[in-house]
Design a protein around this ligand. Structure first.
Ligand code: ZN
Length: 165
């Protein structure tokens, strides 16, 4: 009897430890820009003036060694464009799926008044969406929303990337 109760508690703890405390954050399974284990980025939809933020985001996610993120070539198919727009819509940046190539858009209206680490955070965050990652509220994670000064990936971001791919 005691053994049964202890075993039941053990199983419950095991289930709890698998599902808690900080679970993974993914979007719907097919919402990403990854194609054959990589993201090839280019200028199908145009370019961005925020090249430093773009390159920081590409280099940091690529350095994890899970998904190859590299420039499009004559023999590859573009998966993602980085573009700019201007609007007072409350949106710092966005990632959207399109046929042809998906699109990350940076909003000049806000980017013009943001610090480089805030721009880096937005670029890292949107590229995280392109990698299927969803929002979280974990301190130090680039997948937190908002105008945040952060130029590096958090441990939770890296763990989510490894778990998803
Ligand atoms: Zn987001």
């Amino acid at each position: 009897m005691k053994k049964t109760i202890l075993f039941s508690i053990f199983v419950l703890l095991l289930i709890f430890s698998i599902t808690s405390p900080v679970s993974a954050h993914f979007m719907e399974r097919d919402r990403h820009s990854v194609d054959n284990g990589e993201i090839r980025w280019g200028t199908y939809h145009g370019g961005t003036q925020w090249t430093s933020a773009r390159n920081t985001a590409i280099n940091r996610w690529d350095a994890e060694g899970i998904i190859n993120i590299a420039g499009d070539t004559a023999t590859t198919i573009e998966d993602l464009s980085f573009t700019d727009y201007s609007a007072s819509d409350g949106v710092l940046g966005s990632w959207t799926q399109y046929t042809g190539a998906d699109k990350i858009m940076f909003n000049n209206t806000y980017f013009n008044n943001m610090s480089s680490c805030q721009r880096n955070h937005t670029a890292l965050h949107e590229l995280g969406h392109a990698l299927n990652l969803d929002h979280n509220n974990v301190a130090g994670s680039v997948m937190r929303s908002g105008r945040i000064c952060q130029s590096v990936l958090g441990e939770h971001d890296k763990a989510d990337l490894r778990q998803r791919w």
